[in-house]
Write a protein that binds this ligand. Structure first.
Ligand code: SF4
Ligand code: SF4
Length: 426
């Protein structure tokens, strides 16, 4: 590990003022949409065809031409087969090659066993490599200036690439509400140590009073009350109460039953700490690329409650929506959330552990209904926009209703977001 000497990273700091000015007066970011719905049974009405159109309209060729292109995909774990279909990934790879780019698919250590789920050099048509080497020891250190997360380590092979195409399977996530483009960057492109550090940020918000709890031993009231088995003992002596916040829905039952008021979960603060860390990390990752050479693809298909780190396949609990392509990670995730906000949760497809008395645990956005009201998935979008990772304002263009000329016009008048703009006070 070493301090970043990547010239693009230095440039991004040097040109912060210019980038900030460049944002002034910019209109909404174009987000190109291909619906899963088919008007007729013909190829041009199918999702792969619309995906190719959306890539073209978003300017993929300009993003990747002549570049070594990191194509970041979460390749799943174990028997999780809900990740992007290898055929869809290959579609993007072929398009990159046609445009004169040199692609390679990347994931963290899971890249080493991606073949178990159908991801190989043969199926994808390009190399599949781990982002930080087989031992995850290859990374660049980026200071953040944040007191709780002083540095992030950006995976070496990501930072070494010249262009970035991020393909994200949209799904729920226990620590962010939704896993989309921002999660794929702000967690998925870091060294393991930094991924862990961001998860640990939640612990900076205390929720357990050891003195009060230990005075009540032996007691398991909070364990018995929790519907998702989130509390457990940890530490060297197994006497420190730890709550698995990924599973926790912040329902408050444990606090209610605790005889000594030893528990107090400030859900919004705990959840918010993670979003802040993830947005900071996303900013540092994207600062290593020119804004002209990044592009995002969100596949809103087979939307599951938890992320693709789960080593098993989960049921989809929302209808498929389609594909989004944009040059801005904030805009694409905001558009994704807005599209899914219109969908009804398929309650019978939601595992019972997300229900109490047969009803969903939360209210609000479909992700909140399943994962808990506190886990507002818009928090990550707001935090990322606040830190200058991208712009939240977007315009959705259905690829079936616009022409290539119109798409080119919109691209020209709304250049890519000034990703990596200076952080605002927080
Ligand atoms: S808040 Fe609810 S889900 Fe979280 S640990 Fe307590 S009882 Fe379990
Ligand atoms: S219910 Fe309260 S006292 Fe009992 S184990 Fe949980 S935190 Fe400790």
């Amino acid at each position: 590990m070493h301090e970043s000497t990547n010239p693009r990273y230095r440039d991004s700091h040097q040109s912060e003022q210019g980038r900030g000015q460049a944002q002034t007066g910019l209109g909404p970011v174009p987000v190109f949409f291909g619906s899963i719905k088919m008007k007729r049974m013909r190829e041009e009405d199918s999702l792969p065809f619309k995906t190719l159109k959306a890539l073209e309209y978003a300017g993929l060729s300009q993003v990747v031409a002549g570049k070594r292109v990191a194509v970041k995909v979460h390749l799943g774990e174990g028997t999780n087969f809900a990740t992007p279909h290898p055929g869809m990934v290959r579609l993007v790879i072929n398009k990159i090659k046609q445009a004169g780019g040199q692609p390679f698919v990347m994931h963290s250590w899971g890249a080493l066993n991606g073949y178990e789920r159908g991801y190989t050099a043969e199926t994808l048509g390009c190399p599949v490599i781990p982002t930080g080497g087989s031992q995850e020891r290859y990374a660049y250190v980026h200071p953040t200036g944040d007191p709780h997360l002083r540095e992030v380590k950006v995976a070496g092979e990501i930072e070494d690439a010249e262009a970035l195409v991020v393909i994200s399977h949209v799904k729920g996530h226990g620590s962010t509400g939704m896993g989309g483009a921002l999660k794929n960057i702000g967690i998925g492109m870091l060294a393991a140590e930094s991924r862990g550090a961001i998860h640990q940020l939640i612990a900076t918000v205390p929720y357990w009073n050891a003195d009060r709890c230990h005075s009540a031993q032996p007691c398991r009231s909070c364990f018995d009350a929790c519907p998702v088995d989130a509390p457990h003992w940890s530490g060297a002596n197994k006497d420190e109460l730890h709550i698995d916040v990924h599973a926790c829905t912040y329902c408050g039952r444990c606090e209610e039953v605790c005889p000594t008021q030893a528990l107090h979960l400030d859900g919004p603060a705990m959840f918010g700490a993670f979003q802040h860390g993830m947005a900071l990390a996303a900013r540092e990752v994207l600062r290593t690329f020119s804004p002209d050479h990044i592009l995002f693809v969100n596949l809103i298909l087979h939307v599951t409650p938890w992320c693709d780190c789960s080593p098993f396949t989960q049921p989809a609990f929302l209808r498929d929506v389609g594909v989004l392509v944009s040059r801005d990670p904030v805009a694409i995730d905001a558009a994704t959330l807005d599209l899914l906000a219109k969908e009804e949760v398929l309650v019978d497809m939601v595992p019972d552990s997300f229900k109490v008395g047969g009803k969903l645990v939360g209210s609000g956005h479909p992700f909140q209904q399943v994962l808990g009201t506190v886990k507002n998935p818009y928090r990550q979008v707001e935090e990322a926009a606040r830190l200058g990772v991208g712009r939240r304002q977007y315009e959705l263009y259905d690829v079936e209703t616009i022409s290539p000329e119109q798409a080119a016009q919109w691209r020209a008048i709304t250049p890519p977001s000034a990703v990596g703009a200076p952080a605002q006070a927080h």
